[in-house]
Design a protein around this ligand. Structure first.
Ligand code: B12
Ligand code: SF4
Ligand code: SF4
Length: 312
């Protein structure tokens, strides 16, 4: 995530990033799929207890939110321009030089939870953030008060103890970082803690009491794609590169590429093999052996670790 350091104070000062900016409109886009049942948190926590199941973070099971949110923000900006006359604007979502959580908090979208994400009483935290920078002075909306109180469920639930204290995250330990952003080998001491999480992680949000108020998205974009929930690790490990690219077209998962996809699943297969409760150990072993000669050294190393063959 070196890109974060490169932009310096542009991140904290919107008008240095987009000259002329006088106001920032912040937006939240809920992403729970339309058909999410009651008690979804328990169902998701249950998946983590099935060692052979592949768990992809909820936000990544549908269409890439960057595209969805950016185009909706662009439409909103154009509508504002229709109402008030021509104006300069630029839209952002998940763009590195924007401190999105901080802007959202200061403009009343919610407060920073102890896990560092923004959450609200009406919507929990299962939403994305986006912004429109405008060269129009608007009256600011006030921040809302914090409602974590004495709760620290997210801190206790984090599998890698990445949340060092309230609003303090060691990104290097976060499974979301390790499975999505990190390019090299996954540190050995963290592999066993990743369980069957192969892309992103939701644990700190699953245990948050405010997520009983998380809203379903009205949009079909976030409907779960086939294969991205309920599949076995062995099934997803068998995807060829061509199948990976086909299945992840328009999905945020695509940007990690097939090599990291296999790396992540190899770790999860190794974790499953180490659990006595895992069904069908020989199928897990066979799946790993099928990639033991993979051309990528990164994949081979993680497969060897999973099969307990490596000297590491
Ligand atoms: C880098 C990043 C990550 C990293 C680090 C996360 C983190 N908490 O910092 C990793 C890869 C670990 C990550 C993981 C996830 N992420 Co992320 N991530 C980002 C990203 C790109 C930047 C966040 C950032 O700048 N962090 C750096 C720290 C230093 O900044 P900060 O804590 O926000 O702010 C502090 C300082 O900046 C300082 N500060 C604030 N204002 C000012 C002003 C001045 C002048 C100064 C000096 C300092 C200062 O105080 C702040 C509080 O300590 C944002 C998008 C964006 N552009 O904002 C998404 C974002 C935060 N991620 C998001 C999501 C959804 C996730 C995951 C849930 C994905 C998943 N399911 O796997 C996980 C959750 C992990 C977690 N508990 O945070 C959403 C969060 C939505 C929400 N409801 O809040 C965002 C906003 C993307 C989006 N557009 O929707 N993420
Ligand atoms: S996303 Fe997972 S690993 Fe990262 S802080 Fe939350 S619980 Fe911990
Ligand atoms: S789990 Fe508890 S401490 Fe963590 S964000 Fe939710 S309310 Fe706050």
């Amino acid at each position: 995530m070196a890109y974060m350091a490169r932009h310096g104070l542009k991140r904290a000062r919107p008008s240095e990033l987009v000259p002329g900016t006088l106001s920032v409109v912040t937006a939240r886009l809920d992403y729970l799929p339309r058909n999410t049942p009651e008690g979804w948190q328990d169902r998701e926590l249950q998946r983590l207890q099935n060692p052979g199941e592949a768990v992809v973070s909820v936000y990544a099971r549908g269409r890439d939110y960057h595209k969805v949110l950016r185009s909706r923000l662009q439409t909103l900006a154009e509508r504002i321009a229709l109402a008030v006359g021509p104006l300069g604007h630029r839209v952002f979502t998940d763009s590195a030089p924007v401190l999105e959580a901080e802007l959202a908090t200061r403009s009343g979208q919610g407060w920073r939870g102890k896990h560092t994400l923004v959450l609200s009483r009406e919507g929990g935290s299962m939403f994305f953030l986006g912004e429109i920078y405008l060269d129009l002075a608007l009256p600011p909306t006030p921040a809302v008060s914090e409602h974590c109180g004495a709760c620290s469920a997210c801190i206790s639930a984090c599998p890698t103890q990445a949340i060092l204290g309230p609003q303090r995250l060691d990104a290097r330990r976060c499974i979301s970082y390790l499975t999505i952003e990190h390019t090299g080998p996954i540190p050995l001491e963290l592999r066993p803690l990743m369980g069957n999480r192969i892309y992103g992680c939701d644990d700190c949000q699953l245990v948050c009491p405010w997520n009983k108020f998380a809203q379903r998205s009205p949009l079909p974009d976030f409907d779960e794609r086939e294969g991205l929930s309920g599949s076995t690790l062995a099934e997803l490990f068998a995807w060829s590169e061509a199948e990976f690219l086909r299945r992840t077209e328009g999905s945020p998962i695509r940007r990690i590429g097939h090599e990291r996809w296999l790396r992540n699943i190899a770790v999860a297969l190794g974790n499953a093999l180490r659990q006595a409760a895992a069904p069908d150990q020989s199928a897990l072993r066979l799946a790993l052996l099928s990639r033991a000669q993979h051309p990528s050294e990164l994949v081979r190393q993680h497969v060897a670790w999973a099969l307990d063959l490596s000297p590491d």
